[in-house]
Design a protein around this ligand. Structure first.
Ligand code: SF4
Length: 386
């Protein structure tokens, strides 16, 4: 296991559910809400394939690299980025392993069996607390029912709700496999994960990712309440994370405060370039139809600016291709390097400036002086050890 520190973890032995929601919500929204882009243009970009849906993980990843227009457009059009990377000849191993997926599914099924009997015990919810599983409904019905169930003061455990969130001018649908329930009259998001909490510690990267994903759901729930004219603060900023404990499948609940993640998420979502404008700027006929030749797909991709950073490798299905494309550029070395070498685009330029083979432009003067000093120090250090 890697780094195992998690300062945000706070143990919560039980959650007494005193009552359901105590606020009236008016239902009656249309589904779906109008999208800013015509479906025709998005269909044309995607080609014949079925649209891939956004989820909390993809939104978290999108906001992790808000400057990447390429990802924003491909995600808006629902392009299968994994399939695209494969078609380009740059497949990557992405997502959870089959073992992790089946362990996660088994853990979630165990928690939710018999009307969430085990989940109730870990959350401290008694049998009187209502339970609604919306999974059997169609997509449109699920969203309408999610809104209706939230109006029902008796329904406290809501399984498979369907939420929406506005991402760069697009309404995206979120299908959390979680339960939102009323605790002290507030809505609280419950996130079920399969990574283990061992001796009250969990891998910090996994906890952070879970916290960002849960923050996406909190934001979506708050926006829903806002649209309904209710107080968004009724959705708690404390989410419940349920994980296996130690090396067993016994569940353990912990509380995460996601206020920090929420403000980052809001800020980054507001900074995302408008996908509508990006798509309108594309030449007619550009398409990412996986039936096209790889060369045609590469030409299409070149119309949308990427912003590759090493973090892409753990967050985006297209990362192996984008890394290859960025080879030789300073941006590929990471944000710190890019910022330190602002205005110097390629590694060749860096080496030439460091060796004094190239005159720096005005904006490169400071970075060039640092590079020359770094090269001198390196040369001296190597000479001293030889
Ligand atoms: S891998 Fe490419 S498409 Fe994905 S976020 Fe990074 S630069 Fe953008």
């Amino acid at each position: 296991m890697g780094k195992r520190l998690c300062e945000d973890l706070q143990l919560v032995p039980s959650f007494p559910l005193e009552r359901g929601l105590d606020f009236p919500l008016e239902c009656g929204l249309d589904f779906p809400w109008s999208a800013a882009l015509t479906n025709d243009r998005l269909d044309q970009l995607r080609g014949a394939a079925k649209a891939k849906r956004h989820n909390a993980r993809t939104i978290a990843a999108l906001t992790g690299n808000p400057g990447c227009s390429r990802r924003a457009v491909l995600d808006a059009a629902g392009v299968d980025k994994l399939g695209l990377a494969d078609r380009l000849g740059f497949p990557g191993s992405f997502g959870q392993s089959r073992f992790a997926l089946s362990r996660g599914n088994a853990f979630e099924a165990m928690l939710k069996a018999d009307d969430c009997a085990l989940l109730r015990s870990v959350l401290g919810a008694d049998d009187a607390v209502g339970y609604q599983d919306l999974n059997a409904d169609s997509l449109g019905d699920r969203h309408a029912r999610t809104v209706r169930v939230l109006t029902d003061a008796q329904a406290a455990l809501i399984d498979h709700p369907l939420l929406t969130l506005d991402v760069a001018g697009q309404t995206v649908y979120l299908e959390p496999d979680l339960v939102a329930y009323a605790h002290h009259g507030r809505l609280q998001v419950v996130e079920i994960k399969s990574f283990a909490i061992v001796d009250d510690q969990a891998e910090s990267a996994k906890v952070s990712a879970a916290a960002v994903q849960a923050a996406v759901y909190v934001l979506a729930l708050r926006e829903l309440l806002e649209r309904l004219g209710q107080d968004p603060a009724l959705v708690s900023h404390e989410v419940v994370l349920v994980c296996p404990e130690n090396f067993s499948l016994n569940p353990k609940a912990v509380v995460l405060d996601v206020r920090k993640q929420l403000s980052t998420l809001r800020r980054q979502l507001s900074r995302l370039s408008s996908v509508t404008a990006l798509i309108e700027a594309l030449p007619e006929g550009v398409s990412f139809d996986l039936a096209l030749d790889p060369e045609q797909l590469i030409t299409a991709l070149r119309h949308i600016e990427p912003r590759y950073a090493p973090e892409c490798l753990s967050a985006c299905e297209l990362s192996v291709y984008c890394r290859h494309e960025a080879t030789g550029g300073t941006a590929a070395l990471g944000r710190t390097v890019r910022e330190a070498l602002g205005g110097i685009e390629t590694v060749t330029e860096v080496l030439d400036l460091a060796a004094g083979r190239r005159e720096p432009s005005e904006e490169q003067t400071e970075a060039a002086a640092l590079l020359r000093a770094a090269l001198r120090l390196r040369t001296e250090a190597l000479a001293a050890t030889s």
